[in-house]
Design a binder for this molecule. Structure first.
Ligand code: ADP
Ligand code: ZN
Length: 222
């Protein structure tokens, strides 16, 4: 089963993807995480990607698409994957269709998360992530704080703030790219009948964990 997590930054894609991955037994493939890992390890790919990421721009398809294609061909993804952060443009979505078709696969479900824009900015500014690459659990200082300040509940590693989460201006830039280049994917997948839209908001007390449960139930019913 191949699932795409769609939605703007800060809507909880990573949180929902992590739960779905655990429950369905298929890997979560997050392009942002793969880039950050490569940047940390100072690989060639990381160096190239960093030039764009620090400017708040999308990494070019020549780098991103082969990276995803390679990841999808790995053994643990043979029964599918939860894609988080890819595709981000119509061009990437078309490439993904081609990649999956080569192995006789397709996108089965697209979970589209929506959150009011002012809440999104608040959520990103108060987001903290576990610095342990193997864990990467996401917390929120207000909605979902760790039990011990600055420390991951799951693995005890230090919690950090992502560089691109530190300024409101950088966040607005990423949201503008989302509106312009990624949001057309909602219609792209809606037309195909695979889209499931869910609002995530602390105002209605409907959070990522609730959405994950609903999606699992939905998949079981199908
Ligand atoms: P966010 O969704 O909060 O921007 P991500 O962790 O998904 O964060 O991605 C971090 C950065 O990595 C993005 O701002 C972008 O520069 C780059 N990136 C991630 N996924 C893609 C993609 N599919 N295509 C191009 N660039 C990407
Ligand atoms: Zn951790």
């Amino acid at each position: 089963m191949n699932i795409i997590m769609l939605g703007a930054q800060g809507t909880g894609k990573g949180t929902v993807a992590g739960i779905l991955s655990e429950q369905l037994g298929i890997p979560q493939i997050s392009t942002g995480d793969i880039f950050r890992k490569n940047i940390k390890e100072e690989t060639e790919l990381g160096k190239k990607a960093n030039e764009y990421i620090t400017k708040g721009q999308l990494v070019p398809d020549e780098i991103t698409v082969p990276m995803v294609s390679k990841r999808l061909s790995e053994d643990d993804a043979k029964n599918g994957a939860i894609l988080d952060g890819f595709p981000r443009t119509i061009a990437q979505a078309e490439k993904l269709d081609e990649i999956l078709a080569e192995s006789g696969n397709k996108i089965d479900l697209v979970v589209n998360l929506t959150t009011p824009r002012d809440e999104i900015i608040e959520r990103i500014l108060t987001r903290r992530v576990c610095s342990n690459q193997a864990c990467k659990t996401t917390y929120n200082l207000i909605m979902n704080p760790p039990k011990k300040e600055g420390i991951c509940d799951k693995c005890g590693s230090e919690l950090v703030q992502r560089e691109d989460d530190k300024s409101e201006e950088a966040i607005r830039q990423r949201l503008a790219i989302y509106d312009e280049q990624t949001s057309p994917l909602v219609e792209y997948y809606e037309k195909r009948g695979v889209l499931k839209t869910e609002e995530v908001s602390s105002r209605t007390n409907h959070l990522g964990t609730d959405v994950a449960k609903e999606v699992i139930d939905y998949i079981k019913e199908k």
